[in-house]
Write a protein that binds this ligand. Structure first.
Ligand code: ADP
Length: 429
């Protein structure tokens, strides 16, 4: 601002000099006398706090006009061209403009001395104004900052309080989300969602432990019954001894199977698919499992319908694919009746390899189809238990398939049969 004001001052001074020059240039036969005659014009052109002087070539003052200003300059030599100087005398700054002139026979210097009272005044004013505005802005921003900080701290305190409540009272507590839509609200919404998920998984775990202990209780109770029967009567009665021992060992087998399945489920939950997993051929795995089933269940007729090309592979641990096929084929065998034909079909389905196990067994009612993937869910509890099932097979299968980003689906019709289809992502070789 100051520089701009100084430039403006210089400009007006130069203009004044030009006007003086034009005035004298228009005159003819210029002499010392006629230069003095220009005094009224100089007075007219002069501004406040300014002195205009015309000096002869020896530095003597010919005309001098002054408006609220005095000159205390040392005499200077005649300049060769326009000169601008800044002076500081008694704390008073002034600009001095000097320009040589040659009018006819007369020559000398036009000199304008301007005290920078106005500029000084303006810069002082500006400084005071800027300082005031600066202070006001600082105070305002401090107040606004304090208000915002208090607002956020208040909400942070409520977040901390809810967290403490959750810690002390349990998962039911949630944050009261305000209507605003800022980062803090987003955080609160996210927190509530996260708590919902934690609560869900916590309740699922609780349910699972309850179901598992319930499942374990039945065979243990049966075992206990037979042992007390043996204790009381079995020592002398051979028939009771035989029968109870057989029943007890059957329950132990069931118990062992249940414990192994529980272990399988927890292993399936913990599957971490390594990135460098070697691709395997699904056809080979299917052929191997079917071969074993043919030996185990000679009364069944197993057909493999393989439409896969030899190059098609899946990136899956071999034992996991075999475990999947084992679960599905075991169910197909368990829930087949007179029609003992079981088909295993392999084909490509876009980005997936589809493996389906088709049986002509008892089937599943339509409204129960979705539930068969739940843990411990059995369509017909008695029949399933008789067959040695605890309702964990399909839950384990779903867990494994999910871990490999695949899908599992089931179609069934009561009395006609069931098809369980696996979709496993193809490996890009
Ligand atoms: P389980 O070990 O009891 O067979 P699963 O999780 O494998 O448990 O299956 C859950 C339920 O789904 C079974 O109890 C059974 O009622 C039904 N189910 C599964 N597969 C078949 C099938 N192929 N045919 C008829 N019902 C089936």
């Amino acid at each position: 601002m100051k520089q701009w004001l100084l430039n403006e001052e210089e400009k007006t001074m130069k203009k004044t000099i030009e006007e003086i020059e034009t005035y004298y240039e228009e005159k003819r036969n210029i002499s010392r006398e006629s230069i003095r005659e220009g005094q009224p014009l100089l007075e007219k052109l002069n501004e406040k706090y300014q002195v205009i002087r015309i000096l002869d070539d020896k530095g003597n003052v010919m005309v001098s006009v002054s408006n609220h200003a005095s000159v205390s300059l040392l005499p200077a030599a005649q300049p060769k061209r326009l000169e601008i100087e800044y002076h500081l005398v008694n704390d008073e700054r002034s600009i001095v403009l000097r320009k040589p002139f040659h009018f006819g026979t007369a020559s000398g210097t036009i000199e304008i001395i301007r005290h920078l009272v106005k500029v000084q005044h303006m810069t002082n004013m500006l400084f005071i104004m800027m300082t005031c505005i600066g202070i006001i802005a600082m105070v305002m921003s401090a107040l606004i900052g304090m208000f915002i900080a208090q607002h956020f701290v208040g909400r942070l305190q409520s977040v901390t309080k809810t967290m403490m409540d959750i810690k002390n009272k349990g998962f039911e507590q949630r944050m009261d989300v305000p209507a605003s839509n800022d980062e803090m609200t987003q955080l609160m919404i996210m927190f509530n969602k996260m708590m919902d998920e934690i609560q869900d998984s916590f309740e699922q775990q609780k349910q699972f432990v309850e179901d598992a202990s319930h499942e374990l209780r039945t065979p243990i109770a049966i075992l206990e019954g037979h042992l007390s029967l043996l204790n009381r009567w079995g020592k002398n009665n051979r028939d009771i001894l035989e029968e109870s021992l057989q029943a007890a060992s059957q329950e132990v087998v069931r118990l062992k199977k249940l414990v192994l399945e529980l272990l399988d489920l927890s292993k399936a939950e913990a599957i971490a698919v390594p990135l460098d997993l070697q691709p395997i051929s699904p056809s080979e795995a299917a052929e191997q499992v079917v071969k074993n089933f043919r030996v185990l269940h000679p009364s069944f007729h197993f057909i493999v319908d393989n439409e896969l090309e030899e190059t098609v592979h899946v990136r899956m641990a071999k034992h996991h694919l075999e475990q999947l096929l084992l679960i599905l084929m075991d169910n197909a065998v368990k829930y087949s009746q007179q029609n003992k034909k079981i088909m295993v079909c392999l084909k490509e389905e876009g980005k997936y390899v589809s493996i389906s196990v088709v049986d002509k067994g008892i089937g599943i009612p339509r409204d129960e189809l979705e539930k068969v993937f739940l843990r411990f869910y059995r369509v017909d509890k008695v029949r399933s238990r008789e067959k040695g099932g605890a309702g964990l097979g399909l839950a384990i299968a779903k867990e494994i398939v999910d871990k490999y980003s695949g899908q599992i689906s089931i179609q069934s019709e009561v009395g006609a049969g069931t098809t369980v289809e696996l979709f496993i992502p193809k490996a890009v070789l």
